[in-house]
Design a protein around this ligand. Structure first.
Ligand SMILES: Nc1nc2c(ncn2[C@@H]2O[C@H](COP(=O)(O)OP(=O)(O)OP(=O)(O)O)[C@@H](O)[C@H]2O)c(=O)[nH]1
Ligand SMILES: [Zn+2]
Length: 217
């Protein structure tokens, strides 16, 4: 995978971002953030003191706490509890249609879609919900869809050390629907494969078929 190591600190980086906890930066206070929202309301052309808008900065900052809660969590920790009693199971584990909401780092506008994740365990499996939690952690940060796809695959690969990982994300970017080029409903599809999913075309085809099987109910 295109993982780079920062030699000075020995950290593993992807696209300049540390996998695990997000960048550790000093945060402004809530008051400063609310002031910034008031400025944006005025920039949009409305009166931040108008009754209907008076509590909006507080609400927007509260919404940011939810939209960007992923900076508080470490996805590596999310996956750290594993089970080794798999009763001889020796095949892929796949979660299809994990709902995904995120914000693109270019416009801070939502992109909404689904993630499909498969991994081929060696001797350890992880609780199914934890894979969806990893999507949730990265979804609640700012990034591109490509980075998010790669980071999900890298995290699973690093912690579970499976025979392979496959991740596909399909999403619609509101920055393309509501503004700019204004092409609503365009699906952006990204994939990242490691191990057997990268090396064995049959495994990759199997994943793609399971992910894209539209005949399902
Ligand atoms: N590769 C990639 N591009 C993205 C993603 N989200 C948004 N973008 C794109 O980021 C690009 C930013 O382009 P710029 O020319 O810097 O910004 P802009 O003037 O707002 O571009 P337009 O959207 O074309 O109006 C746009 O082409 C967006 O479609 C993403 O997840 N991955
Ligand atoms: Zn965008």
């Amino acid at each position: 995978m295109a993982t780079k190591t920062d030699d000075r600190k020995g950290r593993k980086l992807y696209a300049g971002i540390e996998i695990g906890k997000g960048p550790q930066i000093a945060r402004p206070s809530r008051e400063e953030a609310e002031r910034a929202v008031r400025t944006l309301i005025a920039y949009a052309g409305d009166d931040p003191e108008r009754e209907g808008l008076r509590d909006t900065p507080k609400r927007v900052v509260g919404a940011y706490d939810e939209f960007f809660a992923g900076y508080k969590d470490d996805p590596i920790e999310v996956l750290s509890r594993t089970f080794d009693d798999v009763g001889g199971y020796d095949d892929i584990v796949m979660l299809r249609d994990i709902e995904l909401n995120s914000h693109c780092e270019h416009h801070m506008v939502p992109f909404i879609g689904k993630a499909h994740i498969a991994y081929f365990p060696t001797d350890r499996v992880v609780g199914l919900s934890k894979l969806a939690r990893v999507v949730e952690v990265f979804g609640r940060r700012l990034q591109t869809q490509e980075t998010m796809t790669a980071q999900i695959a890298e995290t699973i690969d690093r912690v579970l050390k499976p025979k392979g990982v496959a991740v596909m994300i399909e999403a619609v970017h509101q920055c393309m629907s509501m503004r700019g080029v204004r092409k609503p409903g365009v699906a952006t599809i990204t994939t990242q494969f490691t191990g057997v999913f990268k090396e064995d075309p049959a495994q990759q085809a199997r994943f793609m078929q399971l992910a894209l099987d539209r005949g399902r109910s």
